[in-house]
Design a protein around this ligand. Structure first.
Ligand code: PLP
Length: 419
């Protein structure tokens, strides 16, 4: 027997493990990073009920208001009646129905790619992608691959990269400063010719700032360096662009992104599920190689049917997208007129900057008292001194809802000396 390490810690019995876990939770409470869940009575929507009180919802990703939309509910019901509740299987055993294939085709058509593959979530899809692609040596030896990743990319991209790096030892990571295209461009130039495979990975829209990556630059760079461009459109599909086709549409490069990942759990119905869209040969490969796809259950039929309906609605007409854009413009303009400082932009995520964490906590609590459901973000989620309330506007809002929220903002902002 060899000892693991001469400096290893003493054995933790179950009692001491649970007691250590308890201390961690206490620390989270003390540092005000403990996440509290406020239960909503009834359904998600532009307004929700909390403890019997009607509140304007400014904290959901329900950008198009589809989470409780009559057409989506109806489609989910029909899906349930026609296809049942679940498939009790993964896709390749007996878990594929026509609606799953139709939904995949619909997603690909909408996003301007050749093909698409569903996953149980975008988290799973992102984790799957890097390992499936770079975990494969394609019969070669003595190579290195590299992933260029924005420092503020979503946790699922970070975790996906971590998994493949641990599994392969052949994958390098260059995390470039957030949205610093110059640094990214320079790194790809410095590394030119040194790697077998290069992937550039970015969120289309970043959820803490509500800003988007300038994809026209990314497309050019990926072309120049022969790199695969991977864009996570979770906060963008159904949101950005005149027809809701996301950041590529916004940047004039629709149909030019190599790989798009996204979620069905935000604008596109808000239930759950994710996808990867791209070249057919890559999607076919993922069907063979993605571990979360191979070893985890099929998307439930009611969700597949309702998500399909969400894409069809957007393809038919863009009125919900236009309403979302109009609501967003209205809120952004009026909150500034009240004297609040926001991060400028066009996305329905509107960070209202309040400075200190304590102010953000007090404000969100007082706003809930005034009938506005909103969440604060503070260090370590965002830099110190940049605490904010993150407002998220929806097509489910009417101007009258936004007006009620603005009135509450004015009252609470004055009371706490923010404006
Ligand atoms: C929300 C989000 C995800 C996770 O989506 P799920 O389908 O809920 O797993 C992944 N990436 C980004 C950028 C997101 O905003």
């Amino acid at each position: 027997m060899t000892s693991l390490s001469s400096t290893r810690a003493s054995k933790m019995g179950k009692d001491s493990i649970y007691s250590a876990i308890g201390s961690e939770l206490k620390k989270a409470h003390e540092s005000k990073t403990f996440k509290i869940e406020v239960p909503i009575d009834g359904e998600q929507g532009g307004n929700v009920e909390v403890d019997g009180k009607k509140c304007v919802m400014l904290a959901s990703n329900n950008y198009l208001g589809l989470a409780n939309h009559p057409r989506i509910r109806e489609a989910a019901k029909l899906g349930l009646e026609r296809y049942g509740f679940g498939m009790a299987s993964v896709r390749f055993l007996c878990g594929t129905q026509k609606i799953h294939l139709e939904l995949e085709e619909q997603i690909a058509r909408f996003l301007g790619t050749e093909s698409a593959i569903l996953h149980s979530s975008c988290y799973a899809a992102n984790e799957a992608f890097f390992l499936a692609l770079m975990g494969n040596d394609f019969g070669q030896t003595g190579f290195k691959d590299i992933i260029y990743s924005d420092a503020l990319n979503h946790a699922s991209i970070i975790d996906g990269i971590r998994v493949v790096r641990q599994a392969t030892k052949t994958t390098d990571l260059k995390a470039y400063r957030h949205n610093d295209f110059e640094q990214l461009s320079q790194s790809t130039q410095d590394n030119d010719g040194q790697y077998r495979m290069s992937v550039i990975a970015t969120d289309g829209v970043f959820s803490m700032e509500g800003e988007y990556a300038p994809l026209q630059n990314f497309v050019e760079l990926a072309k120049k360096r022969d790199a695969i461009l991977f864009v996570d459109e979770s906060h963008a599909t159904g949101v950005l662009g005149k027809t809701g086709r996301g950041t590529p549409e916004q940047c004039g490069v629709h149909g030019q992104i190599d790989v798009i990942s996204g979620t069905l759990g935000k604008a596109m119905g808000g239930a759950s599920g994710g996808f990867i869209a791209g070249k057919k040969v890559l999607i076919d490969f993922l069907r063979q190689k993605s571990r979360p796809y191979t070893f985890s259950n099929t998307l439930p039929p009611p969700i597949a049917a309702a998500s399909l309906e969400a894409f069809k609605m957007l393809e038919e007409d863009n009125s919900l997208v236009l309403k979302l854009h109009a609501n967003t413009e209205y809120f952004r303009r009026e909150i500034k007129n009240l004297g609040f400082k926001i991060l400028d932009g066009i996305h329905p995520i509107v960070p209202v900057m309040v400075g200190e964490a304590a102010t953000a906590m007090d404000m969100s609590r007082e706003l809930l008292g005034e009938g506005v459901y909103i969440r604060g973000l503070w260090y370590p989620v965002v830099p110190q001194g940049e605490a904010r309330l993150r407002a998220q506007i929806s097509a489910a809002h009417e101007f009258s809802d936004i007006d009620r929220a603005l009135q509450a903002f004015q009252k609470v902002g004055k009371k706490l000396g923010v404006i």
